[in-house]
Design a binder for this molecule. Structure first.
Ligand code: SDX
Length: 432
């Protein structure tokens, strides 16, 4: 077998079969072989468990450079968006492709305010979940149940978008906040349309028990953390949303599946796992070496949570932003958080240890975010829900991009079969 790469095409020769295909070049000069006709022309498929070398689509939403640690949304550097926008402005950019004009932003806010509530039946549905249900399980299942509340209303439009997009952006934090309260026997709080996205969430969660000045400090930090979680191209949960959408399942079914994928500790669940790891180190007297040793031990499933990334082979730029947000938040709240000191020590040990350096393992977006949420008094089991609130914008953007893709097809990967060869059936009474 041979592969010959020219400027704009490539020739794959397998045995006596030759397959010539286009080389696709992206905006930032990334290159891809178009393999859609590979099997038809050669009878051969590619095998790439975890899709580390396989592109599932073309996309105009986010560009990542894992070697340089770059992330841009619709061409804008993430740092610039985090410094200058609020979360809903970035959500608008991701979903509609452009930053909103003042008029467009006012129209968007009108739609947000119209949907800024949970009706009595949704509140009632939440009240029936067992009080020990994990918030991600509740969020995933309630989002799926929204099909029953809004499926027929989905045809109402905001620009060319179904209103489902606005509803999911607006109601996700309200579901999360009311679930927090009903688990503690507290009543639903009517959202406040005068507050921004993050501050409204904190108000619906903590009510008047949270001093408005502290709430504003926390909300400013949370808006930035939601922005850095908003999108990350074809990550596990976003790819899941695309895959479910490819069967023409409705938006709530696709997003419900994305929430389930995000929950895993190797993905969005890592932020909760990082805090558990830091608390373990704290409880064992700051024994960082023991954790590093376990992370390096091939016979131990333990991994250094918040470290490593499929794409970034250098610092995750979002980790830098998150660390700056944490430092600023703790200073303004006047909070000492020992876990941050432990995280910083752990980071310094790991980034100078050959095991991590040789595998390009650096802090990722989840390494610091949990310390911010902990300082805000948000319970650990809700950290991944906060991740889902941010990523809702990216999931919706990719779902819409997929729906508008003329080349879209149902996702149906191939496999290499390694099971038993053909054999004849043996009736039960002849099996020993
Ligand atoms: C997110 O894809 C995205 O964009 C995700 C995300 C997003 O915004 O959507 O960025 C969000 O999910 C961030 C990642 C959060 N997860 C964690 O922090 C969990 C800990 N990290 C890992 O489990 C791991 O690094 C992954 C899952 C993030 C990436 O896994 P890969 O790309 O499949 O890497 P791998 O398992 O092939 O590891 C390569 C080597 C292996 O060692 P060797 O077999 O070469 O000897 O690195 C080792 C791994 O054992 N390794 C780690 C490690 N991560 C990888 N060893 C110890 N601790 C770790 N954290």
């Amino acid at each position: 077998m041979s592969l010959e790469l020219q400027k704009d095409n490539a020739t794959v020769t397998i045995g006596d079969k030759t397959f010539t295909t286009d080389v696709l070049v992206g905006t930032e000069n990334e290159m891809a072989l178009d393999l859609q006709a590979l099997r038809k022309n050669t009878g051969v498929i590619g095998l790439d468990p975890g899709f580390g070398n396989t592109g599932s689509c073309k996309s105009a939403i986010t560009f990542l450079d894992g070697e340089k640690g770059l992330i841009r949304h619709r061409g804008y550097e993430l740092q610039e968006l985090a410094d200058n926008c609020n979360f809903l402005e970035v959500a608008y950019l991701l979903v509609l492709g452009e930053l909103p004009t003042p008029h467009q932003y006012r129209q968007f806010m009108e739609k947000v305010k119209e949907n800024n509530f949970l009706g009595p039946s949704l509140q009632e549905l939440l009240n029936h979940y067992p009080s020990n249900s994990h918030p991600m399980a509740v969020l995933a299942s309630v989002v799926l149940s929204l099909t029953g509340f809004y499926a027929d209303l989905g045809k109402e439009k905001f620009y060319e978008l179904d209103m489902d997009v606005v509803r999911l952006l607006v109601k996700t934090p309200l579901i999360a906040a009311h679930n927090y309260r009903r688990k503690r026997g507290m009543k639903y709080i009517i959202p406040d349309n005068s507050l921004g996205y993050a501050e409204n969430f904190l108000y619906c969660m903590f009510g008047r028990s949270l001093d408005p000045q502290r709430r504003k400090i926390m909300a400013d930090a949370m808006e930035k953390l939601l922005i850095i979680h908003a999108d990350h191209e074809q990550n596990c949960s976003t790819s899941t949303v695309r895959m479910i959408s490819s069967s023409n399942a409705n938006v709530y079914a696709a997003i419900g599946g994305g929430i389930g994928a995000l929950w895993g500790p190797l993905h969005g669940g890592a932020n909760e796992a990082v805090i558990n790891m830091l608390e373990y180190i704290n409880m064992t007297g700051g024994n960082i070496d023991a954790v590093i040793k376990r992370a390096k031990d091939k016979d131990d499933e333990f991994r250094l949570m918040g470290f490593g990334h499929r794409v970034y082979k250098t610092y995750d730029p979002r980790a830098h932003i998150a660390k700056a947000v944490v430092d600023d938040l703790l200073e303004k709240l006047g909070v000492e958080e020992p876990l941050v000191d432990i995280a910083m020590k752990l980071e310094q040990v790991a980034i100078h240890d050959d095991y991590f350096v040789s595998r390009n393992l650096y802090p990722n977006v989840d390494f610091y975010t949990g310390t911010a949420y902990k300082a805000m008094g948000i319970p650990k089991e809700m950290f991944t829900v906060l991740f889902a609130m941010g990523r809702m914008a990216g999931w919706l953007a990719h779902l819409i991009e997929f729906r508008n893709d003329e080349d879209r097809r149902i996702s149906r990967p191939r496999q290499v079969y390694t099971g038993a060869p053909h054999r004849s059936f043996v009736p039960m009474d002849q099996r020993d």
